[in-house]
Design a protein around this ligand. Structure first.
Ligand code: IMP
Ligand code: MG
Length: 181
């Protein structure tokens, strides 16, 4: 059972669409002339974002996906992540764009970049829909960020709370209701 909560709209579907379009323009410019970019979606939270983003890219792209375990509420300092679903394709020597939903503490992104680096890709860059800079514990950054947000728990546009609300068309902030009585 989860505590009762309501969702307050934080970023509208219209604002997301406009931002995705401008991100795609920047990314297309950056990779202009690249033979075939490998766009890697980090599952599951990036699935809506990556679908919209690739459709706005003016580039030849290949799509691949990676799923890693989340460390949940683990308090271990290492905060290692394990691969649950690996890429289907080889990335050696290829330009890779890793697409992530949220960079929070940064541990997930740091570990994923370390795992991918062992496969000797060409350039590897990151595009994150959301960034919570005030929560960062390790020094990692995404070259492209959709929106910076405050330290608040969000859902929608692919992002879940307890596996729900991924299908919301906008991004909302979860507000937990006080239990009275
Ligand atoms: P990090 O390793 O702390 O940077 O966490 C990254 C992952 O935690 C994100 O990719 C999300 O899957 C999850 N996460 C972080 N903040 C939120 C949130 O506000 N809502 C839902 N998931 C989140
Ligand atoms: Mg994630």
């Amino acid at each position: 059972m989860t505590t009762p909560y309501v969702i307050d709209e934080l970023i509208s579907a219209k604002a997301i669409a406009a931002r995705v379009e401008s991100l795609a323009r920047e990314i297309s410019g950056f990779y202009k002339g690249t033979d075939k970019l490998v766009v890697v979606g980090l599952l599951r939270g990036s699935f809506v974002f990556i679908a919209d983003l690739v459709r706005e890219l003016d580039l030849p792209v290949e799509g691949d996906f990676l799923e890693v375990s989340s460390y949940g509420n683990s308090t271990e300092s290492s905060r290692e992540v394990r691969i649950l679903k690996d890429l289907r394709g080889e990335i050696e020597g290829r330009d890779v764009l890793l697409v992530e939903d949220i960079v929070d503490t940064g541990h997930t992104l740091k570990h994923v970049l370390e795992i991918l680096a062992t496969r000797h890709p060409g350039r590897i860059e990151v595009c994150a829909l959301l960034d919570k800079p005030s929560r960062r514990e390790v020094d990692v950054r995404a070259r492209w960020i959709g929106f910076e947000i405050p330290d608040t728990f969000v859902v929608g546009y692919g992002i879940d709370y307890a596996q729900r609300n991924r299908n919301l068309p906008h991004i909302g902030a979860v507000r937990f209701l006080e239990e009275t009585g």
